[in-house]
Design a protein around this ligand. Sequence first.
Ligand code: HEC
Ligand code: HEC
Length: 218
Amino acid sequence: MRNRARDVSRKWLVLSALAVVAASACAGGTDPKPAALRAVGPNELRAPSDFAGIEDEAERSRALFVEAARVLTHPRCINCHPNGDVPHQRDEMELHDPPVLRGPDDHGVVGMECTSCHQDQNQPLTRVPGAPKWALAPIEMAWVGKSVPAICEQLKDPKRNGGKSLAQIVEHNAHDPLVAWGWSPGADRSPAPGTQAQLGALFAAWLETGAHCPKEGP
Ligand code: HEC
Ligand code: HEC
């Protein structure tokens, strides 16, 4: 079930990346040169300049979000943005062990607060990951099991994004310490692709191009 949820996001990303390539190939008209995206490894992120070949601005905006979503849907992020009351763990997105609950304010329940184990930095001896203000993302910010277009629409909606403006969303991705943890996760955890600065640059470029959301696939 949980793995399937992630598979949906992953499959969607692959399909939409192909769609972007196909769409820009058609948009060329008499120019047969397809604007294929630069191939990158799973740990790398493309830069905004990699999307310059997509002439249509809205199309470019959507492609930039799809790239940024490679970070959002990574286990380091999505484990803390679950669609239930329990955080996920590890690359397999297992349910949190020991069992913990989000509680009334996403910080755990009395006696089992997140910060009774999670400090403001990683603890190498115990494997417990840490960053300032460790807590679950509120349920309206859940990403597990959602498609990339749905995550995008939700991220833009002040009722579901913590009342943030789009500029604040860019800022959060570029500088928030919980987001930063995604690239210094400690123990043997795999970091999110690219760097936080690169994620910030992708979000800034997405906003500059009109903050368009990708469309639901077939
Ligand atoms: C330890 C848990 C935790 C981790 C790990 C985490 N987040 Fe969050 N995230 C939160 C919490 C809590 C909030 C709400 C707090 C706030 O709005 O300032 C949040 C809110 C957000 C928001 C704001 C708006 C929204 O609609 O979701 C964005 C964007 C975001 N996180 C991105 C990320 C990214 C990108 C990563 C991975 C690189 C990540 N988060 C990893 C806990 C986490
Ligand atoms: C009793 C101690 C304890 C409590 C309480 C606790 N955690 Fe954890 N948590 C851990 C340990 C230990 C790990 C590391 C497991 C591992 O990877 O071996 C962990 C891992 C995680 C991870 C996984 C990181 C990743 O990507 O693999 C997340 C997310 C997380 N905790 C969130 C929370 C949140 C949110 C709360 C509060 C609702 C919380 N935890 C409460 C001990 C705890």
